[in-house]
Design a binder for this molecule. Structure first.
Ligand code: ATP
Length: 267
């Protein structure tokens, strides 16, 4: 690992350079999707999707609205069926249920803030198997909010609660869907910093579904790009040039040639 973390109030650093250079540290992937097709009812929403996630790496999964990012995560954890291909969890076919996966070290943070609004922050944390202190290590900001109903927290605080509860379980892999949705950049950096910190400290692998490439690439090692349910690119975070060209199709890489005027075109 070559990354460096700068000190920040609250005990959580901000990544200043990428941590891993390549696709994991070798060895067997934590999670592997092999030519996976999945979807809703009889209709596939993703087709032939392959990806790997190794110990200690942060992998970003990008794509426009409706590209199939959430479907990929849900299929990876078994919330959606495998129509074709396979999902391997540490080399073996994935256990049948999400709870079995959780017992095997996989934490899943779905889109939206998965907090129980009527319960206090403390009780929300107590419901997680990682306990209260384990979450406060990553988000000490939650300590003064412990008695507050989770439904009264700000969006960023709710996301800290969701993520803190997941990180407290010390998972081997974290799959998180649009952590940054609707949050201010400073909060997004705070959340991403905590994810990266946890990955560095524990060797946790992270698959991060995101729509904000720049911020996610600041903590990621690699990226994949989905379009219309199919994987159309991947690469190291240090080289997002391919991502720029294909993820932003409306922004051409080179300016278009000036069109000839009517007069010129007849010359
Ligand atoms: P977003 O960033 O907007 O959340 P996404 O990349 O996560 O998008 P998905 O939510 O995976 O995309 O959706 C992929 C495709 O599956 C879309 O065409 C979507 O309309 C469809 N889809 C999603 N959920 C369902 C559902 N419950 N039933 C049927 N089709 C669905």
């Amino acid at each position: 690992m070559t990354g460096a973390m700068a000190d920040e109030p609250g005990g959580v650093g901000v990544l200043t350079e990428p941590v891993n250079d390549g696709p994991g540290s070798g060895g067997e992937p934590l999670l592997e999707l092999r030519s996976l097709t999945s979807g809703y009812g009889d209709l596939p929403a993703i087709r032939d999707v392959s990806l790997t996630l190794h110990d200690g790496e942060v992998v970003a999964l990008f794509g426009a609205n409706g590209a199939g990012k959430s479907t990929t995560l849900c299929a990876a954890v078994g919330v959606l069926p495998t129509m074709n291909g396979e999902v391997l969890w540490i080399g073996e076919r994935r256990p049948k249920s999400l709870s079995a996966l959780a017992r095997n070290g996989l934490a899943f943070v779905p889109e939206g803030r998965s907090v129980i609004s009527g319960l206090s922050v403390l009780d929300n944390l107590r419901l997680g198997s990682g306990g209260v202190d384990g979450a406060l290590v990553y988000f000490p900001e939650l300590e003064k909010l412990l008695s507050r109903p989770a439904g009264l927290l700000s969006g960023g605080e709710q996301q800290m609660l969701s993520l803190g509860r997941a990180l407290a379980t010390k998972p081997r892999a974290l799959l998180a869907d649009e952590v940054s949705l609707g949050l201010a950049p400073i909060i997004v950096d705070r959340l991403f910093g905590a994810i990266r910190q946890a990955s560095i400290e524990s060797g946790m692998g992270v698959l991060l579904v995101e729509q904000q490439p720049r911020r996610a690439l600041a903590i990621a090692d690699r990226w994949y790009l989905l379009r219309n349910g199919q994987m159309v690119g991947d690469g190291p975070a240090s080289d997002a040039s391919l991502l720029d060209e294909s993820y932003l199709p409306s922004a051409p890489a080179t300016p278009p040639e000036p069109r000839p005027t009517k007069k010129e075109s007849h010359q």
